[in-house]
Structure formats: structure tokens, C-alpha cells
Design a protein around this ligand. Structure first.
Ligand code: PRX
Length: 666
């Protein structure tokens, strides 16, 4: 077990990562010896190191070369052939694990399904056969728009089995979001469900899919999983119930996994950037699987009898890597829960922990803060003694939430792995690694980079910062889990990640290291928001707002939120002759939910006469952020552009005075 050094500290000592005031942690430790040795070796001999890790997987053909680094493109395990579905199912059914539980599924309303590895194997085979029957071939893209039901991981693995590249679309997204993703990838087939449950209500997923398909000329077939049982209009020749395609299942042939090149695209997952529409992050097979298999072991210390529950939705990268590919590649027993954390009651999650004897629990700071608000008496009514390790992901965890999580969920005996990573990194990058050796933890710090990860905090010239100085987080060496490209947009790939600090991967995050070398992640350095851990680009929301007929211009800023971490604030100017009203505000909110999805719902809308702009027409974002957060403007000495400090201050003062008819609280 990790020591929790922080508990010995006085409040206010190691808690303030901003470096304000004196911050003597009293801790003068270096990471554990075993970790330090592993990390050193991975830096000195990356090829030998990753080659040893890759041998933990089954390959049809081993690689000729570990890495071809054709910057900024990394080709891992060149010449190697493998299959991700084989790693996650076939290799377990050849052992005693065939009867081991792979998935404990818990429906929102309390129904359950338990899938052993042999059941999972059978279902993956059947669904792979169904895909083939509908004409899906190696190299095709398949979109999965499904709720949190076992068919989601099953279809991911079925795609992987036949070499089709899946693109999972979060089931909270709108028809327009589906259409954008499907059109970008030229998908011919979508798998969806009749409906999904959200807090007791049914969301008509098939209807949303139908609306999307009207905008998607490439779609030829739609497979529909029966979940809620409500009416779903089926179009003859295009739409098929999965149950009809499967028949009794017995007649479905086994599908041999394709021996795929290491570089074969396993999936495309869309995520927000600073500009334009979400970009399709492409992950390959070999590097991604090797990296996740190793990282998962190091971080979660997975054991044969672990019961592991990651509460993320499979629609995000956390779900891809940490619900599906990494745990199943280890033959772990996972919990998959369909519903909301506090529905139908605040007991729901803790009931599940108790019921399945969860040993490893991985969630977001937003969820921790939600339960903090409800109070510790809820988890305390449950036997949570099975828990051994807790994890956090998706956004910075504030020390107060860390402590609460440690005390009331982990019973002061479970270390917390605060894991920093991104859709693009494929797997966990900075985190404690109890699977190697525990390190003393500090609440709010993700501690150290994993072996193989050369993370650095640099200033705007790319020079490493001094301890406690905020800078940009970069990764100086390629790693096997890294994205292989942006789908159909190699220029965006180069520009977004490799142009800011040539030779290094730019994360878009602020960070700092303390004098013990611990990393503190300090939030996004770009125009990307993290709302309840979900990543949303301001540009994406702005585009959606200006597509509303009454709106002339829009700008979006984030403001701190005690539960969600960050909340969306809109600044909107209206077209001539249109005046602000509650009806207009409602219409705008509905429009945003329709165009992007409920994740884009703003907390506040300000109708303003004009947006603050620099002389060259750029929106003064720091002014808006300060107004939205009700904070001071802060340091203006590093103003980009030709804008004078005076102009910025004037803009701030005029907006700060927003009142009456122009300010519409959301
Ligand atoms: O800002 C960082 C934040 O989430 C961003 C990546 O978002 P996404 O691609 O949606 O992936 C989230 C799940 C892996 C990062 O750039 N982030 C993620 N984990 C942490 C974090 N910020 C602070 N601490 C973390 N542990």
C-alpha cells in the first residue's frame, strides 16, 4: 500500500499548487527505487524497454523493428501482426479464465447480466459474423451509438476482430454530432439501440440516429439493439434488429480474428480542440495495446481476483482504454453500469460497490464532488471494505475532494491514483504506480510520469521551468499509446501537437513540478473547457450558438464550478432588431442541446451590445473569462497582439458593469 505522506501535513502546506506563498511540503523523497530504475531504463533504452513490454501480448508475428520515428509520426512494432479482440477474449478462453467473469453488467433499473469470458467470446464472434453478413470488411469504419450495455464493448471487439475501425459516439450526443462524425469517417454502418435510459427516462436513440442518417449519404445499414422496447420505426432493407440477425446464435459461425498490422487503425474517437469541429483521433493496434496493457498494470496493480469498476462512459477514451481494452486484455472482471451515479438514489453507486465487492474504483473529480455535496453518510451506510485502490481522471482533483475521497470512500486505507492523460495519449501518462512500487502521495498531484514517458514542464521558449513555476506540459519522446494521426487531417495533427514546441508533443495543459519533482496538472492552457470532465471546445460551442437565427456573434468562456470543475458561460450579441428575452434564452439553450448535446448546456448567458475585441478583431478571451469567473483581470504584461493594457481594462470594466436588460442569468 502507498504511504499517504500528505496526511501528516498541516492544512495549507502542500495544497496550493499555484506556488503562492511558502509551500514547504516537508517531503524530500524521490520516487520509489524500482520505479526510478524502470523509468531510467525506459529513457536510456526505449526500444529494449518497449520490446520487453510488447512480449506480454500474443502476436501472430513479432515485429521487425520496435520504432520507426519519422517525426512527428511514430510507427511502433513495425512488421508485427496482432489482433486486439484476440488479446481481450481468445487468449483467456484458452485458459481457466474461460469461466471467469469478464463483465458484471448492472442496468439503470437494476437488471443484471453476468458475462464470463467464454460468453463474451461467443457474443463477440456472433456480432463479428453479423457485421460480416452485412458487408463490413477489414478497413471499413463502423459507428457505434449505444448506451452502456454489454453490446457496446462486444461490438467494439467484434469490429477489432475483423479489422473494421470503430468510432464510438457518446450516447448523449445529438443527431448533428453523429452526422459530423459519420460523414468525416465515411461510415457505412451504424449500430444503435431503440433507446437508452437516462435517470428513468427513455432517450429515443434510434430516432436520433434516423435524424442523423438523413444527413449521412454513406450510411447503408443500421443495426438496432433492443434495450428499452419502445417503438422504433425500421426502414426496410436498411435497418435490422440485432436479435433477428443473430437468430438463435447457434447458426452463427466463429470468426477467425484477422492478423492485423501493428499500425492498423483500431479506432477513431472524436475530441474537441481549439478550433473547428471535433477531430478524429486515430489509435493504432500494436502500440496502443502494448501501452495500455502495461500502463494499466503499473497504475491499477491489477490482480487475478480484482473486481474493477471504472465509472466513465465507454463513449470517452477512459472507457475505451480503461473499461474495454486494458482490463479485458488482462482478463480482469469489470463492472459496467448503465445509469447515473445518484439515480434512483444516492445509494446507487455504493450499493454496486458492496454488491460486487469492487476492489478498484476509478471515477472523476466531478463525481467525487457531487457525493461530497450529498454528505458522507450515504457511502457510510454501505460495506465498502472490499475497496483497495481508488482512481481519479479527467480533470484536476482539488485537495479537498482528494481528502474526502480518501477518507469517506477509501476508508483512509486505499491509495488514490490521480491519473493524467488525454484522448490523444491513448493511455495513462502521469500517475502513481502502485503496480510497480508505491510512492508517497500528495493530494492534488498526479505524481510522476509512467515508465517510457518523458514529460517536461517548459516555458513559452521550450525551456524547462524551475520548481513551482507554471509552464506547459510537453512529452519529449514518442510513446506507444500516442495517437497515430487525426483522421483525414494530417495538417491538424502536425499543427495541434507538434508545432508549438518542435520535436515535443504539446499537451495543451498547464503544469508545474514541485521541489520533489511531483507533477501538478493545472488545467487547459488553450480554448478547451472541461465541464464535468467532458472536453468541449469553445469554438465548437460558438459555432453552434451563431447558427441560431437571432444571434449575431458569440463567445464562450469557462467559469469555475464547485461540482463540475468548470461551467459554460455564453456572451452573445443579437441581430439588429432582436431583443433579449427569457424565451430567446430558452430557445438558444434548446438549440445548443440539439446541435451538440446536453453536455453543451450553458450555465449563464449574457446578452451584450458588443464583444470585447482587439484592434485586429480577436476576441479578448481573458476579459471574458475574468468577467465570467467574477475574477480580477490578473497579469496583463504578456498581452499578445497589439492590444494595449488600457483597452483590455476598459473592455473589462464595461462588461463587468453588465446589468438589467443586457445580463441574462442562465
Ligand atoms: O486537461 C487535462 C484533463 O483532461 C484533458 C484530456 O481530456 P480528454 O481527452 O477528454 O481525456 C480525459 C480522460 C483521459 C487533459 O488535457 N485531465 C485529464 N486527467 C487529468 C486532467 N487534468 C488534471 N488531472 C488529471 N488527472
Amino acid at each position: 500500500m502507498a504511504q499517504v505522506e500528505s496526511n501528516k501535513q498541516q492544512p495549507g502546506s502542500a495544497d496550493t499548487p499555484d506556488g503562492a506563498g511558502s509551500l514547504d511540503t516537508g517531503v524530500r523523497v524521490w520516487p520509489s527505487k524500482r520505479y526510478a530504475e524502470m523509468h531510467r531504463r525506459s529513457m536510456e533504452d526505449p526500444q529494449g524497454f518497449w520490446s520487453d513490454q510488447a512480449r506480454k501480448l500474443d502476436w501472430y508475428k513479432t515485429w521487425d523493428r520496435v520504432l520507426d520515428w519519422d517525426a512527428p509520426y511514430a510507427h511502433w512494432f513495425v512488421g508485427g501482426k496482432l489482433n486486439a479482440s484476440y488479446q481481450c477474449v481468445d487468449r483467456h478462453v484458452k485458459t481457466w479464465r474461460r469461466s471467469k467473469v469478464a463483465i458484471y453488467w448492472e442496468g439503470e433499473a437494476g437488471e443484471t447480466r453476468v458475462l464470463s469470458y467464454s460468453t463474451l467470446f461467443r457474443e463477440v464472434n456472433h456480432c463479428a459474423a453479423v457485421l460480416q453478413k452485412l458487408g463490413v470488411q477489414k478497413g471499413d469504419r463502423v459507428a457505434l451509438y449505444l448506451p452502456m450495455v454489454p453490446e457496446l464493448p462486444i461490438f467494439m471487439l467484434a469490429c477489432a476482430r475483423i479489422g473494421a475501425t470503430h468510432t464510438v459516439i457518446f450516447s448523449g450526443f445529438s443527431a448533428q454530432s453523429i452526422a459530423d462524425r459519420v460523414n468525416d469517417t465515411g461510415t457505412k454502418l451504424i449500430v444503435t439501440a431503440d433507446g437508452g435510459y437516462r435517470r428513468g427516462k427513455v432517450v429515443a436513440l434510434k430516432e436520433i440516429t434516423d435524424e442523423a442518417v438523413k444527413m449521412c449519404p454513406s450510411v447503408e445499414k443500421v443495426i438496432v439493439v433492443k434495450r428499452t422496447g419502445q417503438k422504433a420505426p425500421m426502414k426496410e432493407g436498411r435497418d435490422f434488429w440485432l436479435s433477428d440477425l443473430l437468430g438463435d446464435g447457434e447458426s452463427q459461425p466463429k470468426v477467425k480474428p484477422e492478423a492485423l498490422d501493428s499500425a492498423h487503425p483500431l479506432y477513431i474517437l472524436y475530441t474537441s480542440g481549439t478550433t473547428g469541429k471535433p477531430k478524429g483521433v486515430v489509435h493504432g493496434t500494436g502500440g496502443y495495446m502494448v501501452y495500455n496493457h502495461s500502463a494499466y498494470q503499473w497504475v491499477f496493480d491489477i490482480k487475478e481476483d480484482s473486481v474493477y469498476w471504472c465509472t466513465a462512459d465507454v463513449g470517452w477514451v477512459t472507457g475505451h482504454s480503461c473499461i474495454v481494452y486494458a482490463p479485458l486484455s488482462h482478463g480482469a472482471a469489470i463492472v459496467l453500469y448503465e445509469g447515473a451515479p445518484d439515480y434512483p438514489s444516492v445509494h446507487r453507486w455504493w450499493d454496486i460497490v458492496q454488491k460486487y465487492g469492487v476492489t478498484i474504483f476509478y471515477t472523476s473529480p466531478t463525481a467525487v464532488r457531487l457525493f461530497m455535496r450529498y454528505g458522507p453518510e450515504w457511502p457510510q451506510k454501505h460495506d465498502m471494505s472490499s475497496l483497495e485502490l481508488l482512481g481519479s481522471v479527467g480533470e484536476p482533483i482539488n485537495p479537498e475532494a482528494w481528502r474526502w475521497y480518501y477518507k469517506y470512500i477509501g476508508g483512509e486505507r486505499c491509495p488514490i491514483v490521480d491519473t493524467w492523460w488525454q484522448t490523444e495519449t491513448g493511455g495513462i501518462m502521469i500517475s502513481p504506480t502502485p503496480g510497480i512500487e508505491p510512492v508517497p502521495l500528495k493530494p492534488g498531484s498526479a505524481t510522476f510520469p509512467l515508465p517510457g514517458i518523458d514529460a517536461a514542464v517548459v516555458d513559452s521558449d521550450g525551456k524547462e521551468t524551475l520548481p513551482r513555476q507554471t509552464g506547459y506540459l510537453t512529452i519529449r519522446k514518442p510513446w506507444p499509446g500516442m495517437l497515430v494521426d487525426i483522421y483525414g487531417a494530417p495538417d491538424r495533427y502536425k499543427e495541434a501537437y507538434w508545432s508549438r514546441f518542435p520535436g515535443s508533443y504539446y499537451t495543451g495543459d498547464f503544469a508545474m513540478r514541485d521541489e520533489d519533482g511531483y507533477f501538478w496538472l493545472l488545467g487547459r492552457a488553450d480554448e478547451v473547457l472541461k465541464v464535468a470532465g467532458h472536453r468541449i471546445g469553445t469554438a465548437e460551442v460558438e459555432d453552434a450558438v451563431v447558427s441560431y437565427p437571432d444571434v449575431a456573434e458569440a463567445a464562450v468562456a469557462g467559469k469555475p464550478d464547485p461540482v463540475k470543475g468548470e461551467a459554460i458561460v455564453l456572451f452573445v450579441t443579437l441581430k439588429q432588431g432582436v431583443s433579449a428575452s427569457p424565451a430567446l434564452k430558452d430557445g438558444l439553450v434548446k438549440h445548443l442541446r440539439r446541435v451538440i448535446g446536453p453536455v453543451a448546456t450553458p450555465d449563464e448567458i449574457y446578452f451584450v451590445d458588443s464583444l470585447p475585441k482587439t484592434r485586429s478583431g480577436k476576441i479578448m478571451r481573458r476579459v471574458l473569462k475574468a468577467v465570467a469567473s467574477e475574477q480580477k483581470l490578473g497579469d496583463l504584461t504578456t498581452l499578445e497582439d497589439e492590444t494595449s493594457v488600457e483597452e483590455v481594462k476598459r473592455a473589462y470594466e464595461s462588461l463587468k458593469g453588465l446589468s438589467g436588460g443586457v445580463k441574462e442569468k442562465g
